[in-house]
Write a protein that binds this ligand. Structure first.
Ligand code: GUN
Length: 292
């Protein structure tokens, strides 16, 4: 049997379920979910991500609005865009794609988003609610991973989990969710980062590894045990002259080496990425129904 955790296929299945739900909302005359995305500047990766998000909205029948702003926009002007979206009754939820240009304080922008419309789950209010196990918008990537673990019925209770990376949008929330008193959760979680000593001591013990450190093919076969479950969050571009576009995508895991030892593993692309987008749609649907 294949050991691939097929995020792409699962994401499509969830989108199909959502499209059915949106179709019946339409028949009932309910408000159609509406997501807005703010994209500042020309960062190539951000453009791809935002395009994917907008396209996915269309696929399930949501309304979507893309607001593009020049990289030279001032912080004040961007905060005004956020405030307008906060006040717009037709917009159920919105995101401001990160990273933002250096002259803009990302934290200030995140704080300005109405937590009720914060479908990225980045506002400290949503983060705090999540940490306390209260209903909240969960950040898209960790939420997508939790959904994947649930749907594949991956056991987590009592497992040793190692999360590589401590970012606010992946590593930290992921570790909180996997330790929570719930399924998927009830795991013993260790967070490893750039200051961790003997990182391999940790990874070799792990039943489940979530790799989110942004270093291409960092996790090698000799760092994991037989039967490990691998969740690879990395999306790295590495030069590859044999490809027409001049690069290939790879994760934070050396897939070729690690896959033969793994009982389950997410590929890159086609693993966590599509689940992240679907998770944003799930949050938008919740926002439109007011169920968070
Ligand atoms: N940049 C990288 N990941 C994300 C995400 O999930 N949401 C937003 N808004 N920006 C990001």
């Amino acid at each position: 049997m294949s050991n691939i955790l097929d995020g792409k296929g699962l994401a499509q299945q969830i989108k199909d379920e959502m499209a059915t739900e949106v179709a019946s909302m339409m028949i009932n005359g309910d408000k159609i979910p509406h997501l807005a995305a703010v994209l500042v500047g020309e960062d190539p990766a951000s453009q791809v991500y935002v395009r994917n998000k907008v396209r996915s909205c269309e696929q399930v029948g949501f309304k979507s609005t893309l607001i593009r702003k020049d990289a030279g926009i001032s912080e004040e002007e961007l905060l005004a865009v956020v405030e307008k979206l906060n006040q717009d009754p037709d917009i159920d939820g919105f995101i401001v794609q990160l990273p933002l240009p250096k002259h803009i304080d990302e934290h200030k922008v995140t704080l300005a988003i109405d937590p009720k419309k914060d479908v990225d789950g980045f506002h400290p209010s949503n983060f705090g609610r999540m940490a306390q196990g209260l209903p909240a918008y969960l950040p898209a990537t960790p939420n997508g991973i939790m959904e994947m673990l649930k749907r594949y019925e991956v056991p987590t209770e009592g497992k040793e989990v190692v999360v590589l990376g401590r970012s606010n949008i992946v590593g930290m929330p992921m570790s909180i969710l996997l330790a929570q008193k719930n399924y998927p959760g009830n795991a013993s979680v260790t967070i490893c980062h750039s200051r961790t000593k003997d990182l391999e001591e940790h990874t070799r013990r792990a039943d489940i590894i979530v790799a989110a450190i942004g270093i291409p093919e960092f996790l090698k076969a000799n760092m994991v045990k037989e039967g490990v479950v691998i969740i690879d969050v990395g999306i790295n571009r590495v030069d590859d002259e044999t490809r027409k576009r001049g690069y290939r995508l790879c994760g934070d895991v050396d897939f070729e080496g690690v896959s033969p030892k793994a009982s389950l593993i997410t590929p890159v692309p086609g693993g966590v990425g599509p689940m992240t987008v679907v998770s944003l749609l799930m949050n938008t649907l919740k926002a439109s129904k007011g169920t968070v």
